[in-house]
Design a protein around this ligand. Structure first.
Ligand code: GLU
Length: 423
């Protein structure tokens, strides 16, 4: 069958997401019709809107996106990112990844993603609030608690979600906390959501180490990123008894081969804004961090940081992908040949959307769970998903990424087949 090429969606990231899906579809002999259907998102919205800078004289036109990949199993779910280079192709690729991610951990959602092409670091708080509220109004008929539920992603946070919730609620005439997740707890946000992605990533390191017969006590960990994911991954890794030797942020990283005191690092960032200048560690670049001597590497920042030019220098035995798409397909092949065990993004960072799901359920029921309950359920879901993916990987003799994708695609395909074609 001739495959549809959606010219509108073309970008490196989208091409890569489709190529990855095609490879998996081939391995699992996926029905051709389903395959064709899943290559493109069901809905994609592009909006443009005026944005007034703090200096009243300047009004920019900004581009915003919201893409819903699969609407078969329930509402769609996925974050909203603010980044200077975000586009329809990237957002579509990430929406597709969200479909596999939610299916791998068994949540009743399809994948979505949104974005605004703007540099969040160049915005004042008031500017960020205006961008968020106007973007929300532009996509307001597209989202909703039973339609599509946004969450934080790169460049957005709890405060951004609070502004979306407020804007949406003002327009529908009543408070509607379930329209977004990752909100502050005072607005119906879930306890333990902020830490969920980082904790989830690290919760899969012990079963991976067990599989590889590797001792974790004192194992060296390098974490790229110190935001919502990296920070809590570093804390959780230290709690496991590992030695976190390096962390980084947008400006660069810090390295101490004897281990960093993560509590002190976190305090430093809270006071100074960046890792830069942290005493008792050497400055390193984000590129250097990837190839440091360590047993475990957690890329928890941006996409494409492990690529064909540095994959053969990675020294870690386990890579746990906290970020979305940190390893390119070419790097994946090189690492696979070298026997590096990768816990892929769609599995490793699914803890975030899992606790988002808990938050949505709690908001709909107006009944809130304890932190212990949330953490226990998160661990159970992540642990089970890991075991099932590892079992597929061993049975089908494929790497963990392919195995995870097989699990996700299988579930979506099954749902599509039983719903049938309308009309
Ligand atoms: N943006 C996060 C992700 O990529 C979270 C999505 C959500 O919680 O809905 O998984």
């Amino acid at each position: 069958m001739e495959s549809i090429t959606a010219l509108e969606l073309q970008s490196d990231m989208y091409r890569e997401a489709v190529a990855q899906f095609d490879r998996v579809a081939e391995v699992m002999h996926l029905d051709e019709n389903i395959r064709e259907r899943l290559r493109t998102p069901q809905r994609a919205l592009i909006v443009t809107f005026p944005f007034r800078r703090d200096e009243y004289s300047e009004v920019d036109t900004l581009f915003g996106y919201r893409v819903q990949h699969v609407l078969t199993m329930g509402p769609t779910k996925g974050g909203i990112r603010f980044a200077p280079d975000v586009g329809l192709g990237e957002v579509s690729a990430l929406a597709m990844l969200m479909t596999w991610k939610t299916a791998i951990v068994g949540l009743p959602f399809g994948g979505a993603k949104g974005g605004v092409r703007v540099d969040p670091l160049a915005l004042s708080r008031a500017e960020k609030q205006r961008v968020t509220r106007r973007y929300t109004v532009e996509v307001i008929n597209f989202i909703g608690p039973d339609r599509d539920i946004p969450a934080p992603d790169m460049g957005t946070d709890e405060q951004t979600m609070a502004w979306i919730m407020d804007t949406y609620s003002q327009h529908v005439g009543h408070a509607e906390p379930a329209v977004v997740t990752g909100k502050p707890p005072a607005l119906g946000g879930s306890v333990a959501r902020r830490e969920a992605t980082g904790r989830g990533v690290v919760s899969l390191i012990p079963p991976a180490a067990l599989h590889l017969s590797m001792d974790l006590q004192g194992a060296r960990v390098a974490v790229q990123g110190f935001g919502n994911v990296g920070r809590y991954a570093a804390i959780a890794a230290a709690e496991l008894g590992c030695s976190v030797v390096a962390v980084s942020d947008v400006k660069g990283g810090i390295y101490n081969p004897d281990g960093l005191e993560i509590g002190k690092v976190a305090k430093w960032v809270d006071t100074h804004g960046y890792l830069e200048g942290f005493p008792g560690a050497d400055p390193i670049s984000n590129e250097e961090l990837i190839t440091l001597p360590c047993e475990i590497l957690i890329p928890a920042a941006v996409a494409g940081v492990i690529h064909k030019d540095n994959a053969d220098q990675v020294q870690a035995k386990i890579i746990a992908e906290g970020a979305n798409g940190p390893t390119t397909m070419e790097a994946d092949a090189i690492l696979g040949e070298r026997g590096v065990f990768i816990i892929p993004d769609v599995l490793a960072n699914a803890g975030g959307v899992t606790v988002s799901y808990f938050e949505w359920v709690q908001d709909l029921q107006n009944y809130f769970w304890s932190e212990n309950e949330i953490v226990a359920r998160l661990r159970e879901i992540m642990g089970r998903a890991f075991d099932e993916v590892l079992a597929i990987s061993l049975k089908e003799k494929v790497d963990m990424r392919t195995a995870a994708m097989i699990k996700g695609v299988r579930r979506v395909a099954e749902a599509k087949l039983v719903r049938g074609v309308y009309p």
